[in-house]
Each structure stands twice: as C-alpha cells, then as structure tokens.
Write a protein that binds this ligand. Structure first.
Ligand code: ADP
Length: 400
C-alpha cells in the first residue's frame, strides 16, 4: 500500500508596499486562491483596502520586514525601495525574495544598471557618473554638446529625479538640484527618440519566460499617460530585438517576476536605420503592462504571481488586435468622486474596462486607468482617451 500523498500547502506571498500594483496583484491572487500578506506604508493605502492580511510599517526597518514576511514562502514588491542589505537578511532567514537583491539593485540604481547593461553590450544612451558641474560640461562636450540629461541614480520615479540641462550655464543649478538627494548623479546624452517603447517579460526561478508584445508608451513630464499594445507600425525585427533584450536581461540578471524594459526608439539620421536604446528597468508589474489586464490572455499581475511562485506562466499574447490604456490622473478640475463618472463612462462604452486605485484625487496623481480594446486603433484610442478625460474632469457635457 502506498503512503497517502502529503498535501501541498498553498504558499503565502508577502508583498512589500501597498500601492496600486499590490492592489492589482490581489485580483489574480484571489482567482488562484493564493493568500497574500501585505506590508503597507500607511493605514488605508490602496492595497491595504483590499488585502485583509496586512500590517502597517516601515519597509526600511528589518524587524518590521521580518514580522511581515514570517510564515510566507515568497516575498515580492510593489516598489523597488527595500534596502538591499535587508533583502539579503531575509534571504539568510530562508525567505525567497523574488526578485532577489542581486537582480533588484539594477532597478534601484541607474549607475549600476547602466554599467551592467553596457558590459552586456545592451544598447544604452551614452552616460557617465558626474561629480561636479565641470564633469557635466566635459560630458556634454564628449557627446556633441548640450542638452544633456541629469538623473539621480537612486530614488527617482515618474520623472522626479530627471533634469534636462540646456546649456553650460544651467549645469551648476541642475547639478545642485540633482545632488540635493545625496545620491550619485548620472549624466546621459539627450536621446532624440522617435517614441518610447516598453518590452515586458515574466520570468520564473526555474527559467521559464514569457514575452508580452512590445508597446508604445507616451510620457508627459516623465509620467506615463497612454500605452498602445502592440506598438503601431513597429518594424517586426525591432520588436523582436526589443523582446530579445528584455529576455536576455531577465535571464542574465536572474530576474524573477515581471521585468519591464523601457526603451527609446531611434532612427539613425544618416542611414535611416531604426534602433532601440534602453532607458531603464523595473522589476515588478509596470504601468506599461496595465493593458494586459484586459488585453492579454494572462495579465502581467497574474504572470508576476505565477512567476514568483515558480508556477507555469500564462499566455502573454493579446486577446484583440489593439488595446489602449490611458491613465486617469487627478486633474485641476473639481470632479467630486471618481465614482460620479461611472454613469456616463460606462453607458457610453459598455466594452470599457475601468480600474480605480482607491486613492484620493490630487492634481497629477495616478488614481486609476482605463483599458479599451478592439479591431480599429483610432476607435479604440478615442474610447480610451474620452473615458480617461471624462474621469479627469476635462470634458464638458457637450463633448459626450
Ligand atoms: P524615472 O525613473 O523618473 O521614470 P526615467 O529615467 O524613466 O525616470 O526618465 C523619465 C522620462 O524622461 C523618460 O520617460 C523620457 O521621456 C525622459 N528621458 C529620460 N532619459 C532620457 C534621455 N537620456 N534622453 C531623452 N529623454 C530622456
């Protein structure tokens, strides 16, 4: 008589950070029956509203991290700010960090990321770490003159921590602003890109990987506004190259979960040849992948969860020819609750998908997004843009 098979316990996944990414990770966790434990930065933040098993505390404190992850098989992240030494300590305790500290540092520190990608021969903008305004001027001379871009190597997001320096006179002021955060500063050539792209892949610890179609992303003031999946009119060879870069980076850096590679598409003025340069890496579900919730067979959130649990990945392919995601950013207009926008938005477009984050509306803050999909790109774009503008309070009654 064979012994009864021992039951496989369902692992619990700890998520550090209670923003909208953790909130949206909860949806496939519910569907797959995987319990989450959340460490939220404050009571009532976006994900704390939906994850019952949560504690409130500071992710920079190791004791808090230990308590929050106790009994969890895996820890993953809503943001990239957990200190590397704490992640190493959790690993030493036997908690699997996915992604691990050795991978995550490339999403935390732009100088480390640039050095590693350059060593891998992955195309990047020309760059150098600068220690003075004179260094900035010398770099500008090397790359053919101003403008150049200064970036804090750590802690930047949504364009905070990025300065375009137009002239030598502006170097000192921009350098002072960039160094105010007390971290190293990177100078980069200002890339004359034709558009921004994003290549998203999911990768599991056992090495399985799934690549989403390359998307076009529109950033305004450093904030993602709109994503079109797949990127319209993208040369198939370039799309393949972008996916290969993302897959190679994921494998070589041993990324587990979602890796988003933000790219600049370029055209060589002399030859007309197209190319891509890597702007930055994110190792978590990413705004440029939100379209996949409604537009792909398996969303980035579900594939992130599957990947960190080392489960087989889901199909990343699109469900429709076109999917458009538009962020709902808090507008200047007084719109009341976002809920008040539902009767019009939902009646106008029964195929619209709305995702709200449970956040207070403040000007410029990401408070939700809409996804629309269909056969005709212009029509899909119009539907998604209209809905986002409606929630933002930018449309009058006459534009219904
Ligand atoms: P963050 O970490 O704040 O998202 P990024 O490095 O992604 O910062 O930069 C934000 C935006 O600034 C990019 O999406 C792009 O529009 C612009 N940008 C960044 N680096 C460059 C560059 N080297 N050349 C031209 N534009 C850039």
């Amino acid at each position: 008589m064979s012994a009864a098979p021992s039951p496989v316990p369902t692992p619990r996944v700890a998520v550090i950070g209670g923003g909208q990414l953790a909130r949206m990770l909860a949806q496939p966790a519910i569907a797959l029956g995987v319990p989450l434990r959340l460490l939220a930065e404050g009571p009532g933040v976006s994900a704390a509203q939906v994850v019952v098993d949560h504690t409130v505390g500071d992710y920079r404190d190791l004791a808090t991290l230990r308590t929050a992850t106790a009994g969890c098989a895996v820890v993953t992240f809503d943001h990239e700010h957990v200190p590397t030494e704490h992640l190493r300590a959790l690993e030493a305790d036997g908690v699997a960090c996915r992604p691990g500290p050795g991978a995550l540092v490339h999403a935390q520190d732009k100088a480390v990321m640039r050095a590693r990608l350059t060593a891998m021969d992955v195309p990047c903008p020309r760059h150098v770490v600068v220690a003075s305004p004179a260094d900035v001027e010398a770099f500008a001379t090397d790359v053919g003159g101003f403008p150049v871009v200064l970036k804090t190597t750590r802690g930047g997001y949504d364009g905070k921590g990025v300065w375009v320096v137009g002239s030598a006179e502006g170097s000192a002021e921009a350098f002072a602003a960039a160094t105010a955060a007390g971290v190293e500063v990177l100078a980069e050539e200002k890339v004359d890109f034709t558009r921004e792209l994003s290549a998203l892949v999911a990768r599991s610890p056992s090495g399985q990987a799934a690549a989403y179609p390359v998307v076009q992303t529109t950033q305004l003031d450093g904030i993602c506004h709109e994503v079109i999946a797949p990127a319209p009119d993208l040369d198939p060879d370039l799309a393949h190259e972008a996916q290969q870069i993302a897959l190679r980076v994921a494998a070589e850096l041993d990324v587990t979960g979602i890796l988003a590679v933000e790219l600049f598409e370029t055209v060589d003025p002399a030859t007309g040849a197209g190319g891509v340069l890597v702007n930055e890496l994110a190792m978590r579900p990413h705004n440029t992948g939100h379209w996949s919730q409604d537009g792909a067979v398996t969303s980035q959130f579900e594939n992130h969860l599957r990947a960190v649990l080392d489960l087989p990945l889901g199909d990343p392919r699109p469900r429709a020819p076109w999917t458009v995601m538009v962020n709902i950013l808090g507008g200047e207009a007084e719109v009341g609750s976002l809920y008040a926008g539902y009767p019009h938005a939902l009646a106008r477009d029964p195929r619209l998908r709305v995702h709200l984050y449970g956040k207070d509306v403040r000007p410029g803050r990401k408070v939700g997004h809409v996804n629309a999909y269909g056969e005709d790109l212009d029509e899909v774009l119009e539907r998604a843009r209209h809905a986002a503008a409606w929630f933002r309070g930018d449309l009058g009654e006459d534009s219904e």
